[in-house]
Design a protein around this ligand. Structure first.
Ligand SMILES: *Cc1c(COP(=O)(O)O)cnc(C)c1O
Length: 357
């Protein structure tokens, strides 16, 4: 990227497959605009729902082998929709403490009681489920956005079955990134090979590995229909531009055929882990999200600033985005990075004064 005229190599984007600037995607958006114009003009339920929206929903559902997918304008809105559409006052949301802010906001806005369990602690999740009243909904990130680790999805599925709860997996950082044909974390763990159960709803954003914008909720037909009819972030907002839905169909095809892109980010992550200079602490992650744990916010900021001077854009992520005392450099990798980019980052880290939180 060019920042005020200065070149920086970015290690903070969620464009994991490097699709955001893919020539086929750019061409598809231009074609889409030539055919459908720019704005949708109204909400989906008025006259803003165009053929490319329907086609994209059909293709997403087909890709994930579920009956239905619903397209929303952003992942934030998809989370408001899936929670607010299915639970309300008198119901209970059971949520991982490190979930993305949009899931927390969705739970609060829904009016349901919010019970949070310690990160990935399944005994604590069970305790919260035993206290839960009304309709129960378990909420989790698939890949946690600031740590890069993966939720204990198999146990969460067992708990959802046992307690007759909805399970919502927000796989913003899993779709496209891994799993067969990029089908995400559940596929990566082999949990959907015998079909996707009706209690399971998957949320994906199209603004990350897809290199586009928008989001979807995918699952059984009945809950998706209820969400479509009731969710305020679907009903009361302008539909995403049809040209974008058209372009995203190309990005889905690139994701499905993207085994080489997935191999590329994996190779860069491996190179980074192997070459990490002594004295720096990585977190337990096998995803493109590779946080370098520092501790104090001031130390993390200083490290980010030194890296900026060396020509890199790596953000310091600090509380309240992450728990107190766990400020970090959130380094993310993309298929668009080269071996040289990663080697240069490793050299820059080796040359930084050792920061200690
Ligand atoms: C980015 C993100 C979102 C929000 O998606 P947008 O499409 O950017 O609104 C939701 N959940 C998680 C886990 C995310 O990382």
């Amino acid at each position: 990227m060019q920042i005020n005229g200065q070149a920086r190599i970015t290690f903070c984007s969620n464009d994991y497959l490097g699709l955001a600037n893919h020539p086929r995607l750019v061409a598809a958006l231009q074609q889409g605009a030539a055919r459908w114009g720019v704005g949708a003009g109204a909400a989906h339920l008025v006259n803003g729902h165009f053929e490319p929206h329907s086609e994209l929903e059909f293709l997403l559902a087909d890709w994930l082998a579920v009956p239905r997918a619903l397209l929303l304008s952003t992942g934030y809105m998809a989370n408001l929709a899936v929670v607010g559409g299915l639970v309300g006052r008198g119901d209970t949301v059971i949520a991982d403490k490190l979930n993305h802010a949009s899931l927390n906001d969705a739970a609060k806005l829904s009016g349901a009681t919010l019970l949070r369990y310690r990160h990935a602690d399944m005994n604590d999740a069970r305790r919260q489920l035993m206290r839960a009243e009304g309709v129960k909904m378990i909420l989790t990130d698939g890949v946690f956005s600031m740590d890069g680790d993966v939720a204990p999805l198999s146990t969460l599925m067992a708990l959802a079955e046992e307690f007759d709860a909805w399970l919502v997996v927000d796989d913003a950082h899993g779709f496209g990134v891994w799993g067969g044909a990029g089908r995400g974390s559940l596929a990566q763990l082999g949990l959907t090979c015998r079909g996707v159960p009706d209690y399971l709803l998957q949320v994906g954003t199209l603004g990350k590995a897809f290199g586009s914008a928008g989001a979807f909720i995918a699952g059984a037909a009945q809950p998706i229909e209820v969400i479509m009819q009731r969710a305020r972030s679907y009903v009361f907002t302008t539909a995403q531009p049809p040209a974008l839905a058209f372009a995203t169909q190309t990005s889905l095809r690139l994701v499905q055929a993207g085994d080489d892109l997935r191999a590329a980010w994996r190779a860069r992550v491996e190179q980074f882990k192997q070459g990490m200079p002594a004295g720096w602490r990585l977190m337990a992650s096998d995803t493109p999200i590779q946080p370098v744990l520092i501790g104090a916010s001031s130390a993390a900021l200083a490290a980010a600033q030194s890296l900026a001077q060396a020509g890199f854009w790596v953000p310091a992520i600090r509380p309240p985005t992450v728990p107190a005392g766990s400020a970090r450099l959130r380094v993310t990798f993309s298929a668009a990075h080269t071996v040289d980019h990663v080697a240069a980052l490793l050299t820059a880290l080796a040359n930084l004064p050792r920061v200690d939180g």
